[in-house]
Design a protein around this ligand. Structure first.
Ligand SMILES: *Cc1c(COP(=O)(O)O)cnc(C)c1O
Length: 401
């Protein structure tokens, strides 16, 4: 392979990587190196194995050239040094917990966190002797008052992937660093493209590669990314002990989708911004929870720290509509499917009962929250679809029950 110039833009380097896994053979596709057993030339090589040394191949579960190639590329996108692949985004979250915490430790979790992360923290608190405490995502520098001597980890999510508050990441990481507490961010919303966590003092970034990186709604994968080698080794040790690995076939699917990720992300972003701008003017919508709009808590931090938004945002409907009516709205949409996850070509919609998901800061809105994921369909068609479903809402509202 021709050497790519490190002065070139990230996007060019993603399309023209420097790996040379199959000397003498060149193609644009990543070779798929399937393996459980890795074969050694002699016993001296076996005895020289050191689990910390990423240049040595040891066992298929831990890494093969294909997964190592993807790890390298994911770290590069995020602006990190080391990435570890996991079989899902949730597994990456779990790796952070098990890699860093032990019984007696305390973890701080924002109220806007991905709900299985909250459940994970609660589980460790209930059955493994840790304490998990929740904080208002807009707490900023006030996080300092919550840090205890046994606080070892602070989670952040920017923005929360349902309620969309954008935290003041710098204020939280500054307070954490002052007390030697590690910070981990779930950076899935920005795909690592629109927000660079290590420039804002974050120690560990977590990605659900299931989303934009895979782009096809057909792969589950996650990653933990760090710049610090000691932290990386802690996560790597836990990953080995937990017996976690990924399929290289899945890796090759993600490698195939990465060069188009930025173009897809920008297309999602454009259509989502246009639809959010229009929805905001509709009388049915009370609050537009898209970080690029002023209604959204932390909008100023979005403006300061982010370079784009992608396809995911939420709205709060006017409280005159009942939860049942909002269900009808969601089910009336034809181009928006009802389903979890996002990052693929297809638009999705889901209503949320946010009040029941909060414990630190009470949720200020009475209307129902609906999250939209804007796919790669035509903007006018998506708008017409939403308009049709809103019209049904109006019909329902005017018919006495
Ligand atoms: C989807 C998602 C995850 C989990 O990813 P999976 O691969 O589905 O386990 C974690 N965090 C956020 C914000 C997500 O959207």
């Amino acid at each position: 392979m021709k050497k790519s110039d490190s002065s070139r833009a990230l996007q060019t380097r993603i399309v023209h990587p420097q790996d040379d896994l199959t000397p003498g053979f060149e193609s644009f596709a990543a070779p798929v190196t399937r393996a459980s057993t890795v074969v050694f030339p002699d016993l001296a090589s076996v005895r020289a194995l050191d689990w910390r040394n990423d240049a040595q191949w040891r066992y298929g579960l831990h890494a093969t050239p294909t997964s190592a190639m993807l790890q390298k590329r994911i770290a590069e996108i995020e602006g990190g040094e080391h990435a570890l692949l996991q079989p899902s985004g949730l597994s990456a979250i779990s790796n952070v917990y098990f890699g860093l915490l032990k019984s007696g430790d305390d973890v701080l979790i924002p109220d806007n966190v991905y709900s299985p992360n909250r459940d994970h923290g609660d589980w460790l608190a209930r059955d493994f002797g840790l304490t998990a405490r929740y904080y208002d995502p807009m707490i900023g520098a006030g996080i300092a008052d919550l840090i205890q001597p046994n606080t070892k980890l602070i989670w952040l999510e920017a923005p929360g992937s349902v309620t969309m508050e954008v935290p003041d990441v710098r204020a939280i990481t500054a307070a954490a660093r002052a007390r030697n507490v590690i910070t981990a961010i779930d950076n899935t919303w920005s795909a690592g493209l629109a927000f660079k966590p290590f420039e804002h003092g974050i120690d560990i970034s977590v990605q659900a590669l299931t989303k934009y990186q895979s782009g096809g709604s057909d792969v589950l994968m996650g990653a933990t990314i760090t710049t610090d080698r000691d932290l990386y080794l802690k996560l790597k040790a836990a990953r080995m002990r937990l017996g976690i690995g990924v399929s290289v076939d899945d890796c090759s699917l993600v490698l195939r989708a990465l060069p188009s990720m930025k173009a897809r992300f920008e297309a999602h972003d454009r259509t989502a911004l246009a639809l959010a701008g229009w929805l905001k003017t509709r009388p049915e919508i009370a609050v537009m929870l898209h970080p690029a709009f002023e209604d959204c808590p932390g909008h100023a931090f979005y403006e300061r720290d982010f370079t784009g938004a992608g396809g995911l945002f939420s709205v709060v409907f006017d409280e005159r509509y009942s939860a049942t009516q909002i269900d009808t709205f969601c089910e009336s949409l034809e181009l928006f499917a009802l389903g979890w996850s996002w990052g693929g070509a297809h638009s999705l919609v889901m209503p949320y009962d946010v009040g029941s998901m909060r414990t630190a800061a009470s949720w200020p809105h009475r209307g129902t929250l609906v999250r939209f994921y804007i796919g790669l369909e035509d903007e006018a068609d998506l708008r017409a679809d939403i308009e049709r479903a809103l019209a049904k809402l109006a019909e329902k509202a005017s018919t006495p029950e």
